[in-house]
Structures are given as structure tokens and as C-alpha cells.
Design a protein around this ligand. Structure first.
Ligand SMILES: [Zn+2]
Length: 244
């Protein structure tokens, strides 16, 4: 009930927006709106051209289309980059434009893959898409390889051995500014890349089935715990992992 109320208020809040300026690229994939009078029009134009490019890349990668235009909104109301698949909208705080770290491919991936059964895979595939198709670098890895960055964050192999994906609370993904949150994102990016590239050999249909059903075993013959152990080995853990 509270959740429904919150959603309704969010929708109302976005619907009542009176933007200072709007920009649309050649392909009219996105409508870029700004709540700031002083955010240069050139920045918004560049963002709408970038949206055209990234949309084409993601539509090919995911093998589906979205209703357009997608609303891309720069405004103070967003503390961090946020997506609202049910209303085809992405929100960025001002600093994302100013520092050129608006992770458009990441947030647009949430629109292409709204069936969010697992936050691990949902954030993981968004980070993967940003690394592979994004034009700029940004949260959580800022262009650094997710495997290397995770190992650095965890303090090497011993830290990795103790890092259990299933033990990371989902709530941590929502706590802006928290260092453990950023580590959780980096781990999600690393695990999802391993799953998609190494285990599934980039079979998007198979990935989507796991993504929507949560059934790892049917697609890979392994449980999440087995796959985690394979991922640890992939990252350099040579000894057998402890029993789960
Ligand atoms: Zn995300």
C-alpha cells in the first residue's frame, strides 16, 4: 500500500515537471529535459545525440525496442541516477551532466530489461552495457575493469573468498554514498560479465531466461552457489572454496 502510494506520488511529481529546456536528437529517441536554466543547451543537445547512438546499440544487443521518446531528465530531485521503466523515464542529478558521467547506457538498460527479478543481474547487466556501449565512464567503476577493481576493493583473494553474493542485502543497492553499495555494484558487474561471457557465451536469450525466471540451473546446469565458486576461480581463487 505504502509502495503504491509512493509510486503514485513519484508519477505525479514527474508529470508536473516544468522543464527549463528540452532537446531532441535527430532520431528523436529521447527527449532531454533540464530543470536548470543555466545548464547549457549544447550539453543537452550532446546528450540527446548520445541517446540516439546508445539506443541503437542497446536495441541491437537486447533484441527489443522501447516506446519513444524516452524522457531523460536532469533535475535536483534525483540524488543519484535513477530509472523508471513504467514511465520510460531516466533521471540524473546535475553533477552527472557537469562532470560528464551520466551513465546513459546503464540507465537505459533498466528500461530495456525491466523484469527486475534479481538486483544482482539487473545492476550487473546495466554495468556491463555501460562498459561495452556507453560513451562516457561513470558509477560504479569509472572505466576501470570491474574484476581488477573488485579485487582491489576486497583486498585480494582472501577478501574474495569471504565475499558471498547471496549474503549482500538487496537494500545496500539503494543506499547512496555508501562504500559497500559501490562494492556491491562492482561485484554485480563482475559476476554478470562472467556469467554472460564465460558461462553463456553471450547468449542473450539464455541470459534473459535466467534474468526473468531466476533459474540458473536450467540454463547452466549449476546453482548460483556453483556459479559463484566458478566466478571466484575465474578471478584467481585457486583453492577449493569452503562449503556453502
Ligand atoms: Zn542501475
Amino acid at each position: 500500500m505504502l509502495r503504491a502510494l509512493f509510486l503514485a506520488l513519484t508519477l505525479l511529481w514527474i508529470a508536473t515537471d516544468v522543464s527549463a529546456s528540452v532537446s531532441t536528437g535527430k532520431e528523436a529517441v529521447a527527449e532531454v529535459r533540464s530543470g536548470y536554466n543555466d545548464l547549457e543547451k549544447a550539453v543537452l543537445d550532446e546528450m540527446s545525440a548520445r541517446a540516439d547512438l546508445i539506443y541503437a546499440r542497446l536495441a541491437a544487443f537486447f533484441g527489443r525496442d522501447l516506446p519513444t521518446p524516452i524522457i531523460i531528465h536532469f533535475d535536483d530531485r534525483y540524488e543519484v541516477s535513477t530509472s523508471y521503466p513504467h514511465i520510460n523515464t531516466i533521471g540524473f542529478p546535475r553533477y552527472a551532466a557537469e562532470r560528464n558521467i551520466a551513465v546513459l547506457a546503464h540507465e537505459m538498460t533498466h528500461l530495456f530489461m525491466p523484469e527486475r527479478r534479481s538486483v544482482l543481474l539487473s545492476e550487473g547487466i546495466a554495468i556491463y552495457a555501460q562498459d561495452r556501449f556507453g560513451v562516457v565512464i561513470g558509477f560504479p567503476n569509472y572505466g576501470t575493469d570491474v574484476d581488477k577493481l573488485l579485487m582491489r576493493r576486497l583486498g585480494g583473494i582472501d577478501g574474495l573468498r569471504r565475499y558471498r553474493l547471496e549474503a549482500v542485502p538487496h537494500a545496500i543497492f539503494g543506499r547512496a554514498g555508501n562504500r559497500n553499495r559501490q562494492t556491491a555494484y562492482i561485484a554485480a558487474g563482475s559476476f554478470t560479465r562472467f556469467l554472460f561471457e564465460q558461462v553463456l557465451k553471450q547468449d542473450m536469450a539464455a541470459f534473459r531466461r535466467i534474468y526473468t525466471t531466476g533459474d540458473y540451473r536450467r540454463e547452466t546446469g549449476k546453482t548460483l552457489a556453483d556459479l559463484q565458486a566458478d566466478w571466484w576461480r575465474h578471478l584467481g581463487l585457486e583453492t577449493e572454496p569452503p562449503p556453502l
